[in-house]
Design a protein around this ligand. Structure first.
Ligand SMILES: CC(C)(COP(=O)(O)OP(=O)(O)OC[C@H]1O[C@@H](n2cnc3c(N)ncnc32)[C@H](O)[C@@H]1OP(=O)(O)O)[C@@H](O)C(=O)NCCC(=O)NCCS
Length: 143
C-alpha cells in the first residue's frame, strides 16, 4: 500500500474545498496556510491544515479522513506532518470534544480563552460554537 502525505497545491483546491463543503468546514485558499493531503495508492483519503494566525501563533484544524480509511492512523500521520511544518509558533486547536485524547497525545492541553488569545482565535471559537452541534474544546500547544 503506497501511503503518502504531501502539501496541497492550487490544483488540489477543488478536491480540498469540495471535501470541506461536505462537512461544513471553512474553505481553504492556501494563503497563509499549509494543507496536508494523505493518499493511499494515489487516492486522496484525508487532509488537515495549519493556518497562520499571526507572527506568534497558528491554528491546526480541518482534519478529515474518508470513512473507509478511518482508524488506520491516517489522521495521526497528518497531524505529525503538520506539526513538523508549524515552525516555532504557538498552535491552537478547536476540536470536537470526543477527540480530546487524540490531540492530547501530541501534547495539546486544554485552556480557557484569555487576554493573550488572539482575536482571530476568539472569533473562531464563537464561529465553532454557533456552527457545529457537537461540543468543542479549546486546546493549545506551546513550543
Ligand atoms: C476525526 C478523524 C479525522 C480521525 O481520523 P482517523 O484517521 O480515523 O484517526 P486515526 O486512525 O489516526 O486515529 C488516531 C486516534 O484518534 C482517536 N480517534 C479517532 N477517531 C475517533 C473517534 N471517532 N472518537 C474518539 N477517538 C477517535 C483515537 O484515539 C485513535 O487512536 P486509536 O484508535 O488507535 O486508539 C475522522 O474520524 C474524521 O474525519 N471524522 C469526521 C471529521 C471530524 O470530526 N474531524 C475532526 C474535527 S476536530
Amino acid at each position: 500500500m503506497g501511503f503518502e502525505i504531501r502539501q496541497a497545491e492550487v490544483k488540489d483546491l477543488v478536491w480540498v474545498n469540495s471535501t470541506y463543503k461536505t462537512i461544513d468546514f471553512l474553505p481553504s485558499t492556501l494563503e497563509n496556510e499549509i494543507v496536508a493531503i494523505a493518499s493511499i495508492d494515489n487516492i486522496k483519503v484525508g487532509l488537515g491544515r495549519i493556518a497562520v494566525v499571526d507572527r506568534h501563533s497558528c491554528e491546526l484544524g480541518g482534519m478529515y479522513v474518508n470513512p473507509e480509511f478511518r482508524r488506520k492512523n491516517v489522521a495521526r500521520k497528518i497531524v505529525e506532518y503538520l506539526l513538523q511544518h508549524a515552525q516555532k509558533r504557538i498552535i491552537y486547536c478547536i476540536p470536537f470534544t470526543h477527540l480530546s485524547s487524540f490531540y492530547e497525545s501530541f501534547g495539546f492541553r486544554k485552556i480557557k480563552p484569555d487576554i493573550s488569545t488572539p482575536q482571530k482565535i476568539k472569533k473562531k471559537l464563537e464561529f465553532t460554537k454557533k456552527t457545529y452541534k457537537e461540543p468543542t474544546l479549546f486546546l493549545v500547544m506551546r513550543r
